[in-house]
Design a protein around this ligand. Structure first.
Ligand SMILES: [Zn+2]
Length: 52
């Protein structure tokens, strides 16, 4: 079994709570972080290898 590199993912539960706390003002930040984590290069959590 090949171990895949692990990508840090957006904690959607936390951001959902923050969106409620800030009456929706956090929503753009959430979407921005999600977009960045989805489309930008990221570094593996386990070994630090940078992926594109
Ligand atoms: Zn790795």
């Amino acid at each position: 079994m090949v171990k895949r590199h692990t990508q840090a993912t957006v904690n959607h539960v936390l951001h959902c709570l923050l969106t409620f706390v800030f009456i929706g003002l956090w929503f753009p930040v959430w979407m921005f972080l999600w977009w960045v984590s989805t489309f930008n290069a990221w570094r593996c959590n386990d070994c630090g290898v940078k992926n594109k």
